[in-house]
Write a protein that binds this ligand. Structure first.
Ligand code: GDP
Length: 189
């Protein structure tokens, strides 16, 4: 996993001609931790003490499968200004529309929370755009098996999938390899 490009502004977006799978999620859902966990390194994505600080869109090249894992800026940071939020929305929208290289978006969801409004909006938006959604429940080490199963069922039903979303933990490495498998399959399948 190697970072190849960082984007802050719409004007910096350009076609990146390789299959892409993006990672989206509310700030603080554990996205930076997951990127680092996937990369097997500590400092790939900055784990910010101030959530919402990472407003950039980062392309990581995945070897040897040869696709981009695209880390999207986190959404829903409460202390973020209206202008910043609008800017985020425009960047994401521009990235996602007319991007034939984008094969799927892994939406990270906090496994301790019942489905949140913003997350439901994000998954609906993607569905509307015809972009496959890979639901990923984060911080799996923090909840008990029974609660985990309940939230998995809630998301499965909401998304009308016939399988349970994957639960991961960046802390313990739970389902890291399985997630890699799903991401690579989505990129190249
Ligand atoms: P981001 O804003 O989505 O990038 O979230 P971060 O990766 O910065 O994580 C937010 C907070 O959740 C940090 O305090 C992390 O240490 C914690 N965190 C992230 N992933 C996990 C996990 O799998 N297990 C536990 N227990 N904590 C996690």
């Amino acid at each position: 996993l190697e970072i190849v490009k960082t984007i802050y502004e719409i004007s910096q977006l350009e076609p990146m001609e390789l299959s892409q799978v993006a990672l989206a999620g509310r700030s603080n859902v554990g996205k930076s931790s997951l990127v680092n966990c996937l990369g097997g390194r500590k400092k790939l994505a900055k784990i910010s003490s101030t959530p919402g600080k990472t407003r950039s869109l980062n392309y990581f090249l995945v070897h040897p499968d040869e696709f981009y894992l695209v880390d999207l800026p986190g959404y829903g940071y409460a202390k973020c200004s209206k202008a910043e939020r609008a800017k985020w929305g425009q960047l994401i929208e521009r990235y996602m529309t007319n991007n034939p290289w984008l094969k799927a978006v892994a939406v990270l969801l906090d496994s301790r929370l019942s489905p949140q409004k913003l997350d439901i909006e994000m998954t609906s938006y993607l569905k509307h755009m015809g972009i496959p959604v890979i639901p990923v429940l984060t911080k799996g080490d923090k909840i008990k098996q029974r609660e985990r199963a309940a939230i998995q069922r809630q998301w499965r039903d909401l998304l009308q999938y016939d399988y349970m979303p994957l639960v991961v933990s960046s802390k313990t490495g739970m389902n890291r390899d399985k997630l890699w498998e799903i991401l690579a399959q989505s990129a190249n399948g």
